[in-house]
Design a protein around this ligand. Structure first.
Ligand code: UDP
Length: 192
């Protein structure tokens, strides 16, 4: 379910409702993009119709910031609790490890995605990391080929917003993965 907050669609599901929907789309081979919505993005989208349209075109918009919950409460909406980008990534990774779906980490400075992958494997030993790629390779076709040769079901892109969402939208028709999430600075946080 979705609810509009300042003209941007936001999903009302909690984690336990959201994660099965994301994986059902993988099983149905239906491509989907998860974007995190926080008050900063809502304010930017208010001034920038193209950004608003980009956010609204995503299949899932998660209520990342507490301000989104407050805005929903004020309009007597149904968004009850935060669903953060970081925790959504963690839960996607946990479920991927459980059911044998592979992930790919694209973004951040050289070495960071590898370090993040190592941390994730420490936490989830069954996790299959199909590959990693830093976010500064200028040859887009090379990046696409690297991802497609690795054949991951899930692609996390950490290049900041909206750069990461624009990249995903522009290239997903040519990419192997079915589930896409833009995760901002999360690889840096994971890598520590
Ligand atoms: N980044 C990247 N390629 C770029 C620009 C940024 O991989 O061309 C990475 C950067 O190294 C950092 C991440 O994007 O790991 C998030 O950047 P930032 O903190 O600026 O984005 P935010 O989290 O504020 O959206």
């Amino acid at each position: 379910m979705k609810e509009q907050v300042l003209g941007v669609d936001v999903n009302t599901e909690n984690y336990d409702e959201l994660i099965p929907k994301l994986f059902a789309n993988i099983d149905a081979e239906k491509k989907s993009l998860v974007v995190a919505i926080n008050p900063e993005k809502l304010m930017k989208a208010k001034e920038d119709p193209e950004l608003k349209a980009l956010l609204n075109r995503a299949e899932f918009q998660i209520p990342d910031g507490v301000g989104v919950i407050i805005a929903s409460k004020l309009q007597k909406g149904n968004i009850k609790s935060r669903v953060t980008g970081v925790d959504t990534m963690d839960r996607i990774v946990r479920e991927a490890a459980r059911c044998g779906k592979s992930i790919f980490l694209y973004g951040a400075k050289p070495g960071v995605a590898d370090a993040a992958a190592s941390k994730l494997i420490e936490t989830y030993p069954d996790l299959i990391v199909a590959g990693t790629q830093d976010g500064y390779e200028q040859d887009t076709q090379k990046v696409i080929d690297t991802i497609n040769e690795a054949k991951p079901e899930i692609l996390f892109v950490a290049m900041g917003s909206p750069k990461q969402e624009l990249w995903i939208e522009q290239h997903r028709d040519n990419l192997y993965p079915t589930l896409y999430q833009g995760v901002g600075g999360t690889f840096d946080v994971l890598a520590g």
